[in-house]
Write a protein that binds this ligand. Structure first.
Ligand SMILES: NC(=O)c1ccc[n+]([C@@H]2O[C@H](COP(=O)([O-])OP(=O)(O)OC[C@H]3O[C@@H](n4cnc5c(N)ncnc54)[C@H](O)[C@@H]3O)[C@@H](O)[C@H]2O)c1
Length: 274
């Protein structure tokens, strides 16, 4: 249901938006409901392949079916030139970019600090933090030159506020992402570019399902028992849904949130409160 008429006709880049069960595509669907044109950026089938995956093409076709324009683009967030090229292509195609959702993230590399390799650390920080810096820089330069303001939404995590075992790189990257959000908000406020982060707790995406299995195994409990314990910690009694984050994203992209910037907004059913 469309709630924010000011969003109609705008264009958003969503990084890591090419997985059906992921938060990125949920945000794409939600913004498309508001009439926002969408650039779905994600990894291709092979790192060197310029062609969007079949899944990305199918998701873009669904968005088009909902009445907006959608452009799937291959982009490895570890590759600075590829990020700039993706933004340039998006600008050439749509004329302007109004919204950047920095959603691409790596959460699979879980290990105790004493076992983690430097390469694993660099991959997580490279996608989750350096990649956000690269996309923010490229899009902010475009937004400033265009002069129309804009919105940047960074998908952080509950791991931006609390620590989790075997997730040193992930937790450090998400804490760092809140810091990057605050600095970007300060620097870009004069250009009417609002920058906020969303901190979801668990959502059973592809990544979320993998994390559940991993943490249940680490704790030596069944998946059902692990999920029951998770629900019991959450005041609202359930884990997050993709739509919870997508609704928060639409709000942060809309004029209704025009006086909010530099925030790290919890969407956690009350589990995280600082
Ligand atoms: N699922 C959760 O419980 C949860 C909770 C809090 C925050 N998050 C965050 O939400 C975001 C989306 O995660 P998700 O749960 O939808 O998982 P997901 O694995 O479905 O989505 C992550 C996306 O990032 C993409 N990606 C990974 N490396 C990339 C790279 N080098 N270049 C470009 N794209 C790359 C993946 O292809 C994928 O589409 C992530 O930043 C994650 O940290 C997830």
């Amino acid at each position: 249901m469309a709630m924010y008429p000011d969003l109609k006709g705008k264009t958003a880049i969503i990084t890591g938006g090419g997985k059906r069960a992921g938060l990125g595509f949920a945000m794409a669907v939600r913004l498309a409901q508001e009439g926002v044109n969408i650039v779905l950026a994600d990894l291709g089938d092979a790192q060197a392949s310029p062609a969007p995956t079949q899944e990305m093409q199918a998701l873009a076709a669904e968005l088009q079916g909902a009445g907006v324009q959608a452009l799937p683009l291959v982009c490895d967030m570890l590759d600075a030139a590829a990020v700039q090229a993706m933004v340039d292509t998006a600008v050439a195609h749509f004329g302007r970019i109004d919204i950047l959702v920095n959603n691409a993230g790596v959460g699979y590399l879980m290990k105790p600090i004493v076992e983690m390799t430097v390469q694993e650390w660099d991959t997580v920080l490279g996608v989750n933090l350096r990649g956000v810096f690269l996309a923010t820089q490229a899009v902010a330069r475009h937004m400033i030159a265009h002069g129309g303001g804009g919105r940047i939404v960074n998908i952080a995590s509950q791991a931006a506020k609390s620590g989790f075992p075997n997730a040193s790189a992930y937790t450090a990257s998400k804490h760092g992402l809140v810091g990057l959000t605050r600095v970007a908000a300060i620097e870009l406020g004069k250009h009417r570019i609002n920058v906020n982060a969303i901190c979801p707790n668990h959502v059973t995406t592809g990544l979320g399902a993998w994390q559940n299995a991993y943490f249940a195994e680490q704790a030596g409990v069944s998946l059902d028992d692990y999920l029951a314990a998770m629900r019991s910690r959450i005041p609202l009694g359930r884990p997050g849904l993709q739509s919870d984050t997508a609704n928060a994203c639409a709000y942060l992209c809309s004029e209704q949130s025009q006086y909010m910037t530099g925030e790290a907004m919890n969407v956690s059913g009350g589990e995280e409160y600082h």
